[in-house]
Design a protein. Structure first.
Length: 133
């Protein structure tokens, strides 16, 4: 594919493959002095992208983004109920579902700033991924 340049010459547009890997961790922290919050949920997401030039597979660019989301529960929450909820995969997916799109959108904006087209980029969790580690 060729795109016209602003001058009289024609510049070849690079064909780039993009591979995305993700790591998602979900957990919680309890505070001994619950004056502000008794328990806090945490979602950590690491996105690792590799861009490879189709014509020159030795030419690669790696990018990594780390993102965290916190969920503070009210001081009067029943802490054992919240702790039990973290063993439920549906509950942890609910927390991840709130953080993941923000992480991906930020990585997309960084790729856009580097002039990398990313309309194909997945916005949700990749298939077969379990968020709990």
């Amino acid at each position: 594919e060729f795109e016209p340049n602003s001058g009289a010459s024609i510049k070849k547009k690079a064909q780039i493959n993009f591979n995305l890997e993700q790591e998602v961790e979900v957990g919680y922290a309890q505070q001994e002095d619950p004056s502000q919050w008794a328990i806090r949920g945490l979602v950590r997401i690491k996105l690792v992208g590799t861009l490879t030039d189709e014509e020159n597979p030795n030419l690669t660019v790696n990018c990594t983004g780390r993102y965290e989301g916190f969920f503070e529960y009210a001081k009067d929450v029943n802490v054992p109920d919240v702790v039990n909820a973290f063993s439920d995969n549906d509950y942890t997916r609910f927390l991840v579902a709130q953080v993941f799109p923000l992480a991906v959108q930020h990585l997309k904006s960084q790729l856009t700033a580097m002039k990398v087209e990313n309309d194909f980029f997945p916005i949700g969790l990749l298939p077969g991924t379990s968020p709990v580690k």
